[in-house]
Write a protein that binds this ligand. Sequence first.
Ligand SMILES: [Fe+2]
Length: 384
Amino acid sequence: MSSLGRYAQTCPIIYGVGAINVLGEEVKKLGCSKVMVVSDENVSRLEIYAKGKKSLQDAGVQVVEFTKVIPDPPDYIINEGGENAKAEQIDGIVAIGGGSPMDAAKGINVLVNNPGPVNQYFGNPFYQPGVPVVMVVTTAGTGSESTSVGVITDTINDVKNSVIVNATLGILDPEATVSVPPEMTAATAMDAFAHAAEAITAKMPNPKSELLSVAAIKKIMANLPEAMADGNNLKARGELLLASNFAGIAFNDALVHLGHCIAHSAGAKFHVTHGIVCALALPEVMKYAAKIDAEKVKIIGEAMDISFSGLESVGEIGEMVAEAIRIFNRKVQIKSFKDLGISRADLLAIAPMVFKDACYNFVPKELKNEEVNTILGEIYDNYQ
Ligand SMILES: [Fe+2]
């Protein structure tokens, strides 16, 4: 029977202003007495980091700091963190940061009770379980606190790979994201938007992921402009954290597809911000998805407040949703490929990479080479 569905129940979440202050108590409840705090240099200078550390110390939890994580965390950093964790005999991990520290913490956790290097556990769920991992989320985008994978750069083969690890607890405190500048706030939120829209139109959707994705899209539409206009708006920041978490839970089951193939390929080739490419690719990805199942794309449109008469053709539904996303992209100042200094020909040149991306396995319908070329060309032409 191929009609069986499956959805996961991921880790508990504590959310709200001041959630950082219960970090220490919660870590203690998990039975930890000495934790490694995994972070990066920038985050380690933020107030939220100091608050997290204080909360741990006030609860009598010993803290070992590992703040060497860099973007797209490479295997050798994870291996170093794993060695430190073993030498220090830690019994818990607390990640404070965005996607990179969260993913690094997952990788380090694989090494706590297993020999290194981390590379031997890529895609491999069979290893001795690690220690509790608590995620304090400082960017509202990846939803990594609620996904089962940690993305790590395999520097031997020069590709991105992933370990399979769940967090034990997520802490979503809006004060953790107040210092994220408007451009990055938009990029990360649009990453979450893409997770939600791709999860709804995925090959393996499920009712739970659809419900959470719709809620995520509504929250992003309603709160992203406000969070950009006033970074200290804690209500908007909190809603974006929930949206990114909801979208994370949604795509953890349903998986993301073509938009992320394009985002990963363009990211590798041009080193452009992941969420920006997700936002740029999404309108044309919705037109592609409408041809496969227009009803799913309508759900996204309705979450964006489009009213459909019921008389629209598949092509019209795709274009209506695509245009609504383009308008929102403009509103939240997403730069075009041209603005990013990328030519049309350069963008079209990533087509072979799109087919090789790991997410290509999850596209709802196989594409021909010329279809990908058309999609890439329209991404460029239709948003200038
Ligand atoms: Fe993403």
